[in-house]
Design a protein around this ligand. Structure first.
Ligand code: MUC
Ligand code: MG
Length: 373
């Protein structure tokens, strides 16, 4: 078989409305911005990928605009003319020429996997070695900023059998106010739901010591990134003394970060995110580090739309154990879709397609409508 070459790479910024404002410690989202990547190959096939972050530069080192610019100017041209079926060689070429840029690389790796899956008639999870489950439990984030509204939203999700795990975004308000908010929600939901918090680095160690104790004593199951990713020694100390497990999220900006966190004993759970590792294959390297170190896994999100969500999910369904489930609810936070068939959520879980590639088709009209001009 003659080589199939990459003919073009393009990136388009897409702004989509959210069902409500989504309040995080560092940013309130009024909409979500996706970067949709298309890789066209000489056999006429196209792979699609997504590189999405939260709040411009509020969350990470890459913004939608920088992702597009770096793909257009640097990463895309490096791929054009390369063998589209050799994903190892393509990603190695990018890693040699470009430091970091894991969000941009993740969308490109996803698109290459999508194209290769379509070519071979295999779902991306099969390309990654094969799935060991067909669905993934999905948590919902309560982040309206209002305790009563959050409780009503959780009750609705339980009634619909859509979610029974809730993550509360805290860290922006005074600690005592946040703790009152969390305890009120846990008391309202009781044993019907798992309640967890994500502080998004909002506390310092002196605040976190007491807050983690209170959260653990009040039945909160998991505490995500309570303090700054920079304060490694503090994370190690908190991980030793918190009664509820500590999960690393922002602390992992690469596979190498995952290794050093594991070596230091800085968390007992890792949030896996394709965007922060450089793609669905890269995130599995972090998962392997965690598994070897006895660290539990959670399938994280950067609130991607359907493409990034399924790219993540295809990697996560290959994992032996996801003790803490996933939060792959991004498409449900959006009021609009840019694919012809939205991912299916049923019985508290995302149901995985078996169709070739990621299992998605772009809706060209809707994509053109929502693409930033
Ligand atoms: C984060 O920090 O985990 C994931 C879910 C959500 O609501 O925000 C994101 C980012
Ligand atoms: Mg987080």
């Amino acid at each position: 078989m003659s080589q199939v070459l990459i003919e073009s790479v393009s990136a388009v910024i897409v702004d989509l409305p959210t069902i409500r404002p989504h309040k995080l410690a560092m940013h309130t989202m009024q909409q979500q911005t996706l970067v949709v990547i298309r890789v066209r190959c000489s056999d006429g096939l196209e792979g699609i990928g997504e590189s999405t972050t939260i709040g411009g530069l509020a969350y990470g080192n890459e913004s939608p605009e920088s992702i597009k610019q770096n793909i257009d100017s640097h990463l895309g041209p490096l791929l054009v003319g390369q063998d589209s079926a050799n994903i190892n060689a393509a990603m190695l070429r990018l890693d040699k020429a470009a430091k970091g840029n894991t969000f941009a690389k993740s969308g490109l790796e996803s698109a290459l996997l999508d194209a290769q899956g379509k070519r071979l008639g295999l779902a991306v999870s099969e390309l990654l070695g094969g799935r060991v489950r067909d669905s993934l439990e999905v948590a919902w984030t309560l982040a309206s900023g209002d305790t009563t509204k959050d409780i009503a939203e959780a009750e609705q999700m339980l009634d619909l059998r859509r979610h029974r795990i809730f993550k509360l975004k805290i860290g922006a308000n005074p600690v005592s106010q946040d703790l009152k908010h969390v305890i009120a929600i846990k008391q309202a939901l009781g044993e019907r739901a798992s309640v967890r918090v994500d502080v998004n680095q909002g506390w310092d160690e002196s605040q976190a010591i007491r807050a983690c104790q209170v959260l653990g004593d009040n039945g909160i199951d998991l505490i995500e990134q309570p303090i700054s990713r920079i304060n490694r020694a503090g994370q190690v100390r908190l991980n030793q003394r918190s009664p509820a497990p500590i999960m690393a999220d922002e602390s992992i900006e690469s596979v190498e970060d995952a290794f050093s966190l594991a070596a230091d004993g800085a968390a007992s759970v890792f949030a896996l995110k394709i965007a922060k590792n450089g793609g669905p294959r890269a995130v599995l390297r972090t998962a392997q580090i965690a598994e070897s170190a006895g660290i539990a896994l959670y399938g994280g999100t950067m609130l991607e739309g359907a493409i990034g969500t399924l790219a993540s999910a295809h990697a996560f369904v290959t994992l032996r154990q996801l003790t803490w489930g996933t939060e792959l609810f991004g498409p449900l936070l959006l009021t609009e879709e840019i694919v012809t068939e939205a991912p299916v959520y049923r019985d508290f879980a995302l149901q995985m397609p078996r169709t070739p590639g990621l299992g998605l088709t772009l809706d060209e009209e809707r994509l053109a409508f929502f693409a930033r001009k």
